[in-house]
Design a binder for this molecule. Structure first.
Ligand code: PEP
Ligand code: MG
Length: 593
């Protein structure tokens, strides 16, 4: 969306806000665009030999540059995930298809190396664009980043490094590589804007982990901004204002101050116990995808990991992670979170998530297909490798294992049989693990919710995945914008289902948590408390906001509120009622609710 207000000379752009926060700053245009190259054809045999050598030299130079970045990240003590992404880029540089195809085009078509490489890149990108999976489509950007680096080295142009920027800036670029984001120094780079990108890109994930406000997918921001010009970023709403008038800057300074003071105020809650006015303890935990996120979660007062989405370990690669890779990742989580617990969710592949490379199951309706635990039970080798990894890491801290997308008792029993096999194998091999590791399941399918009273007899804990539970209860695809208006967490059916599950857990004395997005929003959290939920797991920025809510209500009050909402006929009625009951502070908030 693009609007131009000629009177105020303000250019207002709307992109995808991938990392929240408001910043006002000076634009720094980072040249990460398409590299212009010449086209030479009809080369002689010796000239093509020369081009192949030049290409190989540029590959080497690119590898050396990435190795230097990797070294710097290691010396700076940056997390393993950043380093893993650089390793993935180094792997692309060694990819035989990329190298051999380029050499073949140079020789067969007798063209210069730049031209040949661009041709190979075009084919690779077309190949990725044809993929159905959004995550894999976005991986083509990784290849583009790498090829651009090689092209810059071929053309002898300088690859400007983010670390060369010394004055406080907002980066504006066509695209940024994860290597760029990993090198950002927060005291210099206050935010970034890019033409391309989506919220699941590595760059976006890193921005969130580093807490740098960012808006991506702006299409033409590099053409709309001049170097040195003023820009405002609202990373929460995805709004960008270029060349703002003084009055607009004033408005945003006030918003920024409000946002910052809101954040500061929330930090008072960080070390206070998460308990209601009448003394009920509610454990607030973090949702995570990458080990790098743990520091931020701890900084925001997380008392454990309520959901480690382990899918990330399987991304960006052709094979599955080895047992050692699993052990390494989960051990880090166990150690960093100790003495708090961390719930490791086994692979939740399929649906709107990634499709494993080589997955032979072509599905018309993947959300209801062979996903998550169904996929794992059909692929016991992959499943057991992960379970062995979780078990071995459980010797280093307090880990729990959780199975996603359970629809009935048989799946739980089957998964537990494989877990027991893994334990027996490790025992025979003399490898350490926690023999009493707690086993839980996600309740995200209505059939599981309805028989929650039976499920709680089979497990140590349950966690309600409201994102999927809403999708399946209300029959709305969670990624289909046409039915997004029906995605109503206040829907009376949703509330009754959650209550059924919470009651079943309470009656059996089994701990019940919620780890879907509902847990991180104050109005929904209020209801979850009243239903008797004891654990809420959410992203870092929601933690303190929810802790403040917990501390500003009494459990008795929330129970009364919940009793009243169960008879309200529509989501709208529930919303109005809850709004009237929320502590005043939440009525004024603009940023998070
Ligand atoms: C959920 O479905 O609510 C959940 C937490 O799992 P995911 O969002 O990873 O599907
Ligand atoms: Mg889910």
């Amino acid at each position: 969306m693009e609007e131009f207000d000629a009177q105020k000379r303000v250019l207002l752009l709307k992109g995808i806000g991938v990392s929240p926060g408001i910043v006002i700053g000076t634009a720094y245009l980072l040249d990460r665009g398409i590299v212009e190259t010449a086209h030479f054809c009809h080369l002689t045999a010796s000239e093509t030999d020369n081009e192949v050598e030049r290409f190989k030299g540029a590959l080497k130079e690119s590898r050396d540059q990435l190795a230097r970045i990797k070294k710097k990240l290691e010396t700076d003590g940056k997390g393993k995930e950043h380093i893993r992404i650089i390793d993935a880029h180094l792997m692309i540089l060694r990819d035989n298809m990329l190298i051999n195809d380029t050499v073949k085009v140079i020789r067969d078509e007798r063209v210069n190396a730049e031209w040949a490489l661009k041709k190979v890149l075009k084919d690779l990108i077309e190949f990725f664009d044809r993929m159905d999976d959004e995550y894999l489509r976005q991986r083509s950007s990784d290849i583009e980043h790498i090829v651009n680096r090689v092209l810059l080295n071929l053309t002898g142009k300088k690859h400007e490094s983010i670390t060369d920027i010394k004055t406080p800036s907002i980066i504006v670029a066509h695209d940024l590589t994860p290597a760029d984001t990993a090198l950002m120094n927060k005291s210099v780079i206050s935010g970034f804007l890019t033409d391309v990108g989506g919220s699941t890109s590595h760059t976006a994930i890193m921005a969130r982990a580093l807490e740098i406000p960012a808006v991506v997918g702006l299409e033409s921001i590099t053409r709309s901004v001049e170097a040195g010009g003023t820009v405002i970023i609202d990373g929460t709403t995805g709004t960008v204002i270029v060349n703002p008038s003084e009055s607009v800057v004033e408005v945003y300074k006030k918003r920024q101050e409000k946002y910052l003071s809101y954040g500061r105020e929330l930090f008072h809650y960080r070390d206070l116990p998460s308990e209601t006015k009448d003394g009920r303890r509610i454990r607030l935990m973090g949702n995570m995808e990458m080990v790098d996120e743990i520091d931020t979660l701890l900084h925001h007062g997380a008392e454990g990991i309520g959901l480690y989405r382990t899918e990330f370990l399987y991304l960006n690669r052709k094979d599955s992670p080895t047992e050692e890779e699993h052990v390494k990742a989960y051990r880090q989580v166990a150690k960093k979170m100790a003495p708090y617990p961390a719930i490791i969710r086994t692979l939740d592949v399929g649906g709107d998530k990634l499709i494993l490379d080589g997955n032979e199951y072509d599905e018309i309706n993947p959300a209801m297909g062979l996903r998550a635990i169904r996929y794992c039970l059909k692929n016991p080798g992959i499943f057991k490798t992960q379970l062995r990894g979780i078990l071995r890491a459980s010797a280093s801290g307090k880990l729990k294992v959780m199975f996603p997308m359970i629809s009935g008792i048989d799946e739980i029993r089957h998964a537990k049989v494989i877990l027991e096999e893994a334990k027996a194998e490790l025992k025979a091999e003399g490898k350490a693990f926690d023999p009493d590791i707690k086993v839980g399941v996600m309740i995200e399918i209505p059939s599981a919710a309805i028989i929650a009273d039976l499920i709680v007899k089979e497990v140590d804990f349950i966690s309600i995945g409201t994102n999927d539970l809403l999708q399946y209860s209300l029959a709305i695809d969670r990624v289909n914008e046409h039915v997004a208006y029906l995605y109503e967490p206040f829907h009376p059916a949703v509330l009754r289902i959650i209550k059924t599950v919470a009651d079943a857990a309470a009656n059996a004395g089994v701990s019940a948590g919620v780890c879907g997005e509902m847990a991180g929003e104050a109005p929904y959290a209020l209801i979850l408390l009243g239903f008797g939920i004891e654990h809420l797991s959410m992203n870092a920025v929601s933690l303190l906001k929810v802790k403040r809510l917990v501390r500003s209500v009494s459990y008795a009050e929330t129970k009364k509120i919940c009793k009243n909402i169960l008879n309200l006929p529509t989501a709208r009625d529930v919303e109005q009622y809850i709004s009237s009951k929320l502590p005043d502070i939440y009525k004024k908030e603009e940023f998070w609710n």
